[in-house]
Design a protein around this ligand. Structure first.
Ligand SMILES: *Cc1c(COP(=O)(O)O)cnc(C)c1O
Length: 374
């Protein structure tokens, strides 16, 4: 029986070559040639005012919380149906999280619900573009501007995806991307902070470099450097940046393949889904699909368990995810007690199918027929 894993990180072929180059260049700490190549790529292709590689998306969000000046007693608004990291940095800085429910028919937060949870203590909104599908950013930016609060996009899954033609991650005041091995573009672990508001650029480089103005020193803008702010060691080494560069050189090919597989699943299941399960992914008119993940929503948790078991018996590994954060062991006693039924529904019914570069069309066909045979 052929085993089909849930994910397999794709190697473009140049990774080891660039790593070799980085290692033998004699400069393997952070902020070297490959780091700068990657950062310039993001700034040019997606129009971020400043791009900084980080060791993870979690770390990029940590930098966002520092830049936003989050302190105890502040409030931050975000969806509950998301990965832990969306909340972590803000909770660590002492903020209280106000969770907003998902839309009824897809997991992104319901933009219309945001405004009623804004209080004088609200400092930021953190929308998550689930599956790389854009939140309604015009609405979110409008609410944020009227209340003078920041928007930090959790764009972990949203590389090369767009909202009304604008790249995700370029719209909020700042944004965080992930290059974890499960994402479209990966470096094992890795991330990116994108800054779109000039007010934060200088400080972002200082926080990135352990609270020092070393980046300015390297550019020759100051003649000595020292400790000037809070910060940490958020830079990845050149070895990671070299790996990432090989991926970025192939981004168009990677995206094309993933989107084709996504569409194969969608077209193969479309007619059947009506009447058999709750739904397939929903993509609003203003959003694009970046082929990050393909999911189904079952009618019941039993139906989902049957589906996952049937696939497993045939060597196919499908997974579900996100115990809503408002129900998590860590946060449930800190949550304000509101029910978030749509987030819970996705926790209980959403299932992800294998989707990776080396998945073949035949594999996808086989998975489609197993599902339809349910
Ligand atoms: C993957 C992911 C993260 C975390 O990314 P890391 O690079 O592993 O830190 C955060 N938020 C969302 C929505 C994610 O999917």
């Amino acid at each position: 029986m052929k085993m089909i894993p849930f994910n397999k990180p794709y190697l473009t072929g140049k990774e080891m070559h660039y790593i070799y180059q980085a290692v033998y260049s004699g400069k393997i700490s952070g902020n070297g040639i490959f780091t700068r190549k990657c950062q310039e790529f993001f700034e040019q292709k997606y129009g971020f005012r400043k791009a900084l590689l980080t060791t993870s998306c979690t770390d990029a969000l940590e930098m966002c919380a520092m830049l936003a000046g989050i302190k105890p007693g502040d409030e931050v608004i975000m969806p509950s149906y998301t990965f832990v990291s969306t909340a972590l940095a803000f909770v660590r800085a002492g903020a209280r999280i106000t969770f907003v429910d998902s839309h009824k028919d897809y997991p992104n937060l319901d933009e219309e619900e945001i405004e009623k949870y804004i209080s004088p203590r609200t400092k930021a909104i953190v929308p998550v573009h689930y599956a790389g599908i854009a939140c309604d950013m015009d609405r979110i930016m409008d609410v944020a501007d009227r209340h003078n609060i920041l928007v930090i996009e959790d764009a972990a899954q949203a590389i090369d995806s767009y909202y009304k033609g604008k790249p995700l991650g370029s719209i909020g005041h700042m944004a965080a991307f992930s290059f974890h091995e499960t994402k479209n573009i990966n470096s094992g672990e890795g991330g990116l902070l994108a800054i779109n508001d000039d007010r934060f650029i200088r400080r972002s480089e200082i926080i990135w470099e352990k609270g020092t103005n070393r980046a300015e020193f390297f550019r020759g803008e100051v003649n000595k450097y020292g400790w000037c702010d809070t910060g940490s060691s958020f830079l990845p080494s050149e070895i990671i940046a070299a790996y990432l560069w090989a991926q970025l050189e192939n981004i168009n090919e990677i995206q094309k393949k993933r989107i084709a597989l996504w569409e194969k699943y969608y077209n193969g299941l479309e007619g059947w889904a009506d009447g058999n399960i709750k739904s397939l992914p929903v993509i609003p008119k203003y959003a694009t699909n970046n082929g990050h993940l393909f999911y189904l929503v079952s009618r019941s948790t039993d139906q989902r368990a049957n589906l996952i078991n049937r696939l497993k018996e045939n060597g196919v590994h499908a997974v579900f995810h996100y115990l809503s954060l408002h129900n998590s062991q860590y946060y449930k006693n800190l949550h304000d007690g509101r029910e978030l039924p749509n987030a819970d529904f996705f926790s209980e019914n959403l299932v992800r199918l294998p989707l990776f570069f080396e998945l073949t069309e035949d594999d996808a066909d086989m998975i489609i027929s197993l599902i339809k045979g349910l």
